[in-house]
Ligand binder design. Structure first.
Ligand SMILES: Nc1ncnc2c1ncn2[C@@H]1O[C@H](COP(=O)(O)OP(=O)(O)O)[C@@H](O)[C@H]1O
Ligand code: SF4
Ligand SMILES: [Mg+2]
Length: 655
């Protein structure tokens, strides 16, 4: 039975919602009285660290909880209809026709044995459309999500597409219903971090076209600020702050929100100016009894009353609310990390010999009868202990360059990679052990480096054995030292990767990379899948290890704030070419503005020297926008416009 819609219906209303999971026979509370309303056409963001209950809220909103989950209190209304009172058939109908959900991992939403075209068309046939028309509309939908060659893609299976393409397909399916409510749960977290910007632009454009209401879940505050009108901050299953996104992020009134925002490397923040702030402690355990404020254990402003009394959701005006007894003092929260300079700016202490240098490194891939030049004439030096930041859009060649350096992909004839002045073999299996240990990598996804079947102890011990060798007792001591140096809790050393959080897994992957005292570590988006609080801790760790061990980093990231924090120099990779960007401190006229770099820019692009106004004091190569426009003209690709914005946009937060 379906209840009558309420006249002034919200797209979604959660009212005092409590959800529990049964764990070893006991019901444990996950959501604690969550109330939120999303108006028609509104985009609402939900943020908070992993494990705070964001996905649970999303599942409950569609009555899609795992089997051991239940709603123990409260209500859920979708477009005014009481979801908890509906029959299973009515809920199914609602999911087929009016609400859509996009999950973090696109492959879980696609059937691996059915062609893409049939899967998208099914969304229409379920709505009663004929097979032929469904196929046409599926093709149209794929065009809308900017998939090139939709007809070809329709014939393929999910495993034949990249992660970004699959996520577009899932979004196409989600929007094919013209949903009243679209729920996006970390839709870009599992993707190559630079594809993220494209997918976000796409969702924003489509939302405008379809007018859907959106519940957008992310641990990434920048993403939420960019995508959402209003935001709720969730901690331990409690909404602790709520309001207009701009207001909450620029005038936070809850210590947890203040802490989250402070973890983000701010405009101009640099490693030599001090460590990044982190949030001390951990989320309370599942179902923990929390009689007072849920944030007490991690809050530097906590008083006795906080332990005793749960604060109300104080109304601060304009829809801004904070669940803190001392909300007016929230921004005076003491810093967790003393901002003393722990990491000196890089000074070349060596004899002038770069630890790694490349000359004319090129890679051509042969695809379906065409030659694709992935990287072209890359020439750079890296000094011992130096960080070269590398930014660039998806497909610009960053990962190819990383693989070429490591010998995982062989470059074209004539390319030279030298380690401390001596050319190395292009392929890893021809390099000797010293060369292999000298050059290591940390990936975006730590699972890529950690064998699921082994304990962390075994994974690190194997790396030590292969890269260093030596007696068993020596290895044991080294293993303990290594775990200690990456602050990995040795009590967890016998755990398998699946039993650890993302941050702990990344620490283990860093330990593995540092096992053989590498001279150079390529960091390929090492923090982009992590919570901002964990990201700050990992960046601090990388900075400390660098000083301790004088390791050079090639640090790849799409996040200019992060790159700027850790890098001594920054380069942009664009269409396979490397161009150095200027990084500078004062309001001086920067080199890129003075000279223009890379291939000659259009005449119109040559501007007079002027002080750099970039809040990050990072000036992208002068030639870049012109080069990009020319590239777009050549390809006639209006659709690619989002990429330029993604690359050139500066982080919105952290002024
Ligand atoms: N099916 C489940 N059974 C038991 N506990 C779960 C289940 N799913 C999630 N949890 C736990 O519930 C809490 C909230 O998880 P989740 O909603 O996934 O958070 P988020 O999406 O914010 O990361 C976490 O402590 C998580 O470990
Ligand atoms: S109520 Fe107390 S413990 Fe909770 S956030 Fe506010 S100051 Fe901190
Ligand atoms: Mg989640």
């Amino acid at each position: 039975m379906t209840t009558a819609p309420v006249a002034t219906a919200h797209a979604l209303e959660l009212e005092d919602l409590e959800v529990e999971y049964r764990v070893r026979g006991n019901w444990k509370r996950v959501l604690r009285g969550v109330s939120l309303h999303i108006a028609e056409g509104e985009s609402y963001g939900l943020v908070g660290e992993s494990g705070c209950g964001k996905s649970t809220a999303a599942f409950a909103a569609l009555r899609y909880l795992p089997r051991n989950g239940r709603v123990s209190k409260g209500s859920v209304r979708v477009a005014g209809e009481d979801l908890l009172a509906m029959s299973d058939d009515d809920v199914r109908r609602l999911r087929v026709s009016r609400v859509s959900m996009v999950y973090q991992n696109p492959t879980s939403a696609l059937n691996p044995t059915i062609r893409i075209g049939d899967q998208v068309a099914e969304v229409f046939t379920l709505q009663g459309v004929s097979d032929d028309e469904a196929a046409d509309r599926a093709r149209e939908m794929l065009e809308k999500v900017q998939i090139s060659d939709p007809t070809g893609v329709m014939r393929r299976y999910p495993h034949q597409l990249s992660g970004g393409m699959n996520q577009r397909v899932v979004i196409a399916m989600a929007l094919a219903k013209d949903p009243t409510l679209l729920i996006l749960d970390e839709p870009t977290t599992g993707l190559d971090a630079t594809v993220e910007a494209e997918v976000l632009d796409l969702v924003a454009a489509l939302r405008e076209e379809f007018g859907s209401s959106v519940l957008f879940i992310s641990h990434n505050l920048d993403v939420i600020l960019r995508m959402c009108d209003r935001v709720g901050v969730l901690y331990a299953g409690r909404v602790v702050e709520q309001g207009a996104a701009e207001e909450v992020f620029h005038n936070p009134r809850h210590p947890y929100t203040v802490g989250l925002i402070r973890c983000i490397p701010r405009a101009g923040a640099r490693k030599d100016q001090g460590k990044l702030d982190t949030i001390p402690g951990f989320l309370p355990g599942l179902g923990a009894e929390l009689p007072g404020c849920v944030y007490t254990d991690r809050c530097a402003l906590a008083q006795d009353i906080c332990r005793r009394e749960e604060p109300d959701l104080f109304d601060l005006g304009g829809g801004h609310r904070s669940r803190c007894h001392f909300h007016e003092k929230a921004q005076s929260l003491p810093r967790d990390t003393a901002p003393e300079a722990v990491v000196a700016e890089h000074k070349d202490k060596g004899n002038g010999v770069p630890v790694i240098s490349t000359r004319n490194v090129r890679k051509t891939f042969h695809q379906e009868g065409h030659d694709v030049r992935a990287v072209e004439d890359i020439t750079f030096n890296l000094a011992p202990g130096e960080t070269l930041g590398l930014v660039g859009e998806s497909g610009s060649g960053k990962t190819t360059l990383a693989r070429l350096l490591l010998g995982l992909t062989a470059p074209d004839e004539g390319s030279v990679v030298e380690l401390e002045g001596t050319p190395v073999e292009p392929e890893i299996h021809k390099r000797d052990r010293d060369e292999v240990r000298a050059l290591q990598i940390i990936f975006q996804n730590p699972d890529a480096a950690l064998n699921r079947r082994f304990t962390i102890q075994r994974i690190i011990a194997r790396a030590l054995h292969m890269l260093v060798g030596g007696k068993r007792e020596e290895l044991d001591t080294r293993l303990r030292d290594l775990a200690h140096s990456v602050r990995f809790d040795t009590r967890l050393i016998r755990a398998k990767p699946s039993q650890l959080s993302g941050g702990l897994k990344q620490r283990a992957a860093i330990a593995r990379a540092f096992a053989g005292d590498p001279k150079v570590v390529v960091c390929d988006e090492p923090t982009s899948a992590l919570d901002v609080s964990v990201q700050a801790a990992i960046l601090n760790l990388l900075a400390e290890l660098q000083v301790e061990k004088d390791t050079a980093y090639l640090f790849i990231s799409h996040d200019l704030g992060v790159v700027r924090y850790l890098s001594d120099r920054i380069a942009v990779l664009y269409l396979g070419r490397l161009m150095e960007a200027s990084l500078h401190r004062g309001p001086a006229v920067c080199r890129a503005h003075r000279e223009g770099q890379g291939p000659a820019p259009d005449q119109a692009e040559r501007r007079d020297p002027q002080p750099c106004r970039s809040p990050l004091r990072l000036c992208l190569p002068h030639a870049l926008p012109a080069l990009h426009r020319r590239h777009l003209q050549e390809r006639g690709a209006r659709a690619q416009g989002g990429r330029a914005r993604a690359l050139l946009a500066l982080p919105l937060l952290g002024g």
